[in-house]
Ligand binder design. Structure first.
Ligand code: TRP
Length: 333
């Protein structure tokens, strides 16, 4: 890792199956960031506890997300890929920062409002303080930039508010994180409702392509994608279903919308869907093969989990010790 580089931090929750949207919109674009940044990517398993998990399944998913990071090409030597729960500093700083966050601030978070409506039977305190744990994730590593989607921008804002509040009392303890504004990934919409983002938790299984879907499933889902009745090949907002298919195609092939409109001029939507299906299979199949290889190498993943936990702990603990000292907690060890 290069200490002269700025620090970049991001992560994904270890719940649900990742979708093509997660891959094209985030993961794929994280691969080359290590050239420019010192990168940390967490498997956010503590955040996943806000929803009840089946223990065996949950443990498997966390490992699988780690493998997907690696399979996507994020090198665990050049980047720090680790399990959030393997670094106890997150929970510890989370608590401390809870005491620097106001109820009113958390009540305003749109994600809390959405999630508590969706999981009305389990509106737990963790769901409420979720953004504070996320602030701890980011601030522990003295993060400069955070690549997040628009749905997470409010969380980054509250992180900045908390950091600012803390720094104004205790001096410059935390680096102020900024949203990452580099080349951002494609925003992939639901195949069944192009007004909605493709989501891991969509009730309609045809709405999302999951990263581990087999080739036939991928082809079938593309074939069933909602388009329109205009029967013209164009890349425009008025044909959002087709536009989404073209976005997927472009992200998978590296082509531009202009290229693609030319390529399919005069074709029917059926041909477009078929080509999109093949392009997606072409991208996901190698990823899946790599995951399978990693699955068969238990020792390798165990070792990545262990060594990266140590690397992450080293950085996080530095910040945590500083915080404890500033606020007047006694240093024992
Ligand atoms: N809340 C993020 C999501 O659901 C996941 C996350 C947790 C995260 N901590 C983070 C993302 C820190 C970036 C930085 O997508």
């Amino acid at each position: 890792m290069n200490k002269d580089h700025k620090v970049l931090y991001s992560g994904m929750q270890a719940t649900g199956n990742l979708t093509l949207g997660n891959y094209l919109g985030a993961l794929k674009n994280w691969v080359n960031l290590a050239d420019e940044y010192e990168c940390f990517y967490g498997v956010m398993d503590l955040h996943s506890l806000t929803v009840r998990q089946n223990p065996a399944e949950f443990r498997k998913r966390a490992r699988q997300l780690m493998m997907l990071y690696i399979a996507a090409g994020i090198d665990p030597e050049r980047n720090c890929l680790y399990l959030q729960s393997s670094v106890p500093c997150h929970a510890e700083l989370g608590w401390i920062l809870d005491c620097f966050t106001y109820m009113g601030e958390l009540q305003r978070m749109t994600q809390f409002k959405d999630k508590s409506a969706k999981h009305a039977d389990n509106v737990n305190a963790g769901l409420f303080t979720y953004p504070v744990l996320m602030a701890a994730d980011i601030l522990l590593y003295q993060t400069d930039v955070v690549p997040v989607g628009v749905d997470q921008l409010q969380h980054l804002e509250i992180t900045r508010d908390i950091a600012q509040r803390f720094n104004s009392i205790y001096g410059d303890v935390f680096t102020m994180p900024e949203p990452y504004i580099g080349k951002i990934g494609a925003k992939i919409m639901s195949l069944q409702d192009p007004a909605k983002k493709m989501s891991k938790s969509d009730d309609n299984p045809n709405a999302s392509i999951f990263l581990m879907d087999d080739p036939d499933t991928i082809r079938r889902k593309c074939k069933r994608a909602i388009t329109d009745s205009e029967a013209t090949i164009a890349y425009r907002d008025e044909q959002p279903g087709l536009k989404n298919l073209f976005d997927i195609y472009c992200a998978c092939t590296g082509k531009t919308p202009d290229d693609v409109v030319k390529e399919f001029a005069g074709c029917g939507y059926g041909q477009v869907k078929e080509a999109v299906g093949e392009a997606v299979v072409g991208v996901l199949k190698p990823l899946q093969d790599r995951v399978k290889e990693l699955e068969s190498d238990k020792g390798y993943i165990d070792n990545v989990i262990k060594t990266n936990a140590e690397r992450a702990y080293y950085c996080a603990n530095k910040t945590l010790r500083k915080v404890k000292k500033k606020i007047g907690l006694t240093e024992v060890r």
